[in-house]
Design a protein around this ligand. Structure first.
Ligand SMILES: C[S@@+](CC[C@H](N)C(=O)[O-])C[C@H]1O[C@@H](n2cnc3c(N)ncnc32)[C@H](O)[C@@H]1O
Length: 284
């Protein structure tokens, strides 16, 4: 009796396993059995048009995506960008998609592509979901939607990379542009907020202050050392990495290279032809 019961249990377990294996989707056709989307179908704020594979790859390369990244695709469609981020770049990824049928299809494709451990697609509105943990944001939306997302993106961690297929971000100029078969991709790196006046002190005793004006990643400003005031030149801001040069009170060009952390900048100050000194700055 005991033996017969355990055989029944084993047979039932085998049947369950067989049913599970049979239910595992193996192809896109399996996933599209219940719901097959069509290019151009309407979406909440924008229609579904998938980004071509080559451009998906280029976008993720532009963002220097690595296995350490967390990629979030805003308006994920069939999940192809999130899937590629995991499959080709080893990143963790998430897709946010409003249409629940697309979400189901995309999650089915996640299984087909074997990236379920790294990727998922959730149903949600990109204007309501929190995507602040992303280190890379991708999107193929519309210019006005990019503009609505811009303030949220500008508040993300400095250094976050944002890639958009086709559409720009108004007067926030991209850090890089690429083109594949007449389609464009744009990359922005979220800049640290550095506007204001900074007092610097170098290890070699040099002291100076710098007033910085900021428009996104573009900086202008003036450095004051002793009684001298000179404009800063060659300023760059890549995420939290800042660099600029200025002429000091003796007419020597000094170059500051530093990292911004809130109201502090730490880095080095190098005089043309001279040695490098450690420098720290605090915002007034
Ligand atoms: C142009 S498609 C891009 C799909 C995918 N990112 C790609 O590049 O292949 C835009 C997608 O955003 C979805 N969408 C539209 N408005 C949305 C919203 N407010 N929140 C989330 N998804 C949205 C649409 O359903 C559509 O699937």
């Amino acid at each position: 009796m005991q033996v017969r019961l355990s055989r029944i249990v084993a047979a039932a377990a085998l049947l369950t396993l067989a049913a599970t294996v049979a239910a595992q989707p193996k192809s896109r056709a399996d996933c599209e059995r219940d719901y097959k989307p069509h290019v151009g179908q309407s979406g909440k704020d924008v229609v579904w048009v998938p980004t071509p594979d080559d451009l998906v790859n280029r976008m993720l390369k532009m963002a220097h995506t690595t296995p350490q990244d967390y990629v979030i695709d805003l308006g994920a469609g069939d999940g192809k960008i999130a899937i590629a981020a995991a499959k080709q770049f080893g990143a963790r990824s998430l897709g946010i998609e409003y249409n629940p049928d697309m979400v189901k299809l995309a999650n089915c494709m996640v299984q087909v592509e074997g990236v379920a451990g790294k990727t998922k697609i959730i149903q949600g509105d990109v204007f309501k979901e929190d995507f602040s943990k992303a280190t890379v944001v991708t999107m193929y939306l519309l210019p006005e939607l990019n503009l609505r997302l811009r303030p949220i993106i500008l508040n993300m961690k400095p250094g976050t990379r944002v890639v958009s297929h086709q559409f720009t971000m108004g007067d926030w100029e991209p850090d890089e542009t690429a083109e594949i078969e007449y389609r464009s991709a744009y990359l922005w790196i979220v800049p640290a907020k550095v506007e204001g006046t900074w007092n610097f002190r170098a290890q070699n005793g040099a002291q100076f202050s710098v007033a910085l004006n900021q428009k996104y990643q573009k900086l202008t400003g003036e450095a004051a050392m002793g009684a001298n005031r000179n404009p800063i030149v060659g300023a760059t801001l890549h995420g939290d990495e800042i660099k600029f040069a200025f002429n000091d009170d003796k007419g020597v060009t000094r170059t500051l290279t530093g990292k911004v952390q809130g109201n502090e900048i730490t880095g080095t100050l190098k005089a043309a032809g001279g040695a490098e000194a450690k420098v720290t700055g605090t915002r007034k």
